[in-house]
Design a protein around this ligand. Structure first.
Ligand code: HEC
Ligand code: HEC
Length: 334
């Protein structure tokens, strides 16, 4: 329709539309998201009702629930947020989490987003070096591009801090192990949803495997550090720290088969089991709950619970681990 033929139509319509066409001024939503609440060290306080879509806020949420906080901003230490420093004792020696603040020399300020994406997806540094798996990239490799982008967006908004950490302890001999492990145990992501399952189940599996790496602790490993898939979630251990990671399959005798979904949600929030027994204060699950899992939204905790209840029940077998800390079997101090 040409301009000239349109005009008369507009002219006819005008008298009756003018009265209705009061200009409606819609408030423009601010481009900047609501500021993030932080504690006195600058650690994000992410008590959200739902997982935020805004990348910076979503990244802050992931920084908490994926456990980055525990190693790169160790709560309870006086090191600055993002300056790292957490020591991770293993049978191979101690690994220190580095500074990942935007400082160009001591942190990752000189990195591109592709460098960061590669660190999480492939477990490799910008110079191609393979990272030690104490940095749990065998889990983070499963993260979606969107979540990796969110973490990056959040980290870029944080203050740069100075400070480096001691060099990683394991020597050249263990490097051979690292290459063998990468070849056998690292399966690159992203994690793939199962189309036949519900969105809640898929969210649960994603959080258990790619974000909070529950399976990495709660599944036994072979001597070369490969997860024993047929004993998925049926109990593992950390010989570097003398800790047992109990069976969390729905096996009634040795797992959590008699826990309701509410019991699991309560445990992830408080660390107290259905009998009212609290998690050992000096074992890693306590700090994971306080620093990470307790910050999950209710819906995310429910997704984890629904997923755990759906996995195959497997009986706990101390032999499968090959090694069990004596204290763990006594379980008297809980
Ligand atoms: C259990 C402790 C632990 C957790 C949890 C952890 N990291 Fe790390 N991270 C490390 C260690 C240790 C290294 C060093 C590995 C190496 O040098 O081989 C590292 C390295 C890195 C690096 C590379 C830094 C550099 O200078 O090359 C980045 C980036 C990083 N982590 C980001 C994260 C993010 C993001 C999260 C959460 C999604 C996270 N890390 C969770 C321990 C951890
Ligand atoms: C870094 C290792 C680690 C990670 C990661 C981890 N856990 Fe644990 N978990 C433990 C340890 C250790 C205990 C034992 C605590 C105790 O006995 O005091 C435990 C205990 C539990 C229990 C209590 C079981 C019982 O019988 O008392 C549940 C349930 C549980 N974890 C679920 C999870 C879920 C779900 C995730 C992921 C969101 C997770 N864990 C991630 C180490 C871990």
């Amino acid at each position: 329709m040409s301009r000239s033929t349109l005009l008369p139509v507009v002219a006819v319509l005008l008298p009756c539309t003018v009265a209705l066409a009061e200009p409606v001024v819609e408030p423009v939503p601010p481009a900047v998201p609501a500021p993030l609440t932080v504690d006195d060290r600058g650690l994000p306080m992410v008590a959200f009702d739902e997982v935020p879509a805004d990348p910076v806020l979503r990244g802050a949420y992931l920084y908490r629930v994926a456990g980055c906080v525990g190693c790169h901003s160790p709560p309870g230490s006086d090191r600055p947020h993002l300056s790292g420093g957490r020591d991770n004792p293993t049978v191979f020696g101690t690994f220190y989490a580095p500074n990942i603040s935007p400082d160009p020399e001591d942190g990752i300020g000189a990195w591109t987003e592709e460098d960061f994406h590669r660190a999480l997806r492939d477990g490799r540094a910008p110079d191609g070096r393979a990272y030690w798996p104490t940095f749990p990239y065998m889990a983070y490799t499963g993260m979606t591009d969107e979540d990796i982008h969110a973490l990056w967006s959040y980290l870029r908004t944080q203050p740069a801090v100075k400070g480096t950490v001691p060099p990683q302890e394991p020597g050249a001999k263990v490097k051979t192990f690292l290459f063998a492990w990468r070849w056998m145990a690292l399966s690159k992501g992203p994690w793939e949803p199962e189309p036949d399952r519900s969105p809640e189940w898929n969210r649960g599996e994603y959080l258990v495997q790619a974000v909070s790496y529950c399976d990495q602790c709660h599944t036994p490993r072979t001597g070369t550090g490969v997860l024993v898939r047929k004993r998925y979630l049926a109990g593992g251990a950390n010989p570097g720290k003398d800790e047992l990671h109990p069976n969390i399959t729905p096996d009634v005798e040795t797992g959590i088969g008699d826990w309701s979904a509410d019991d699991i949600v309560r445990y992830l929030s408080t660390g107290t089991d259905p009998d009212g027994v609290p998690t050992r204060p000096h074992w890693v699950m306590r700090e994971k709950i306080d620093d990470s899992f307790g910050w999950y939204t209710d819906a995310d905790k429910r997704a984890i619970a629904a997923y755990l209840q759906s996995v195959r029940p497997v009986r706990f077998d101390p032999e499968a681990q090959g090694w069990i800390p004596p204290e763990a079997l006594e379980r008297t101090d809980r």
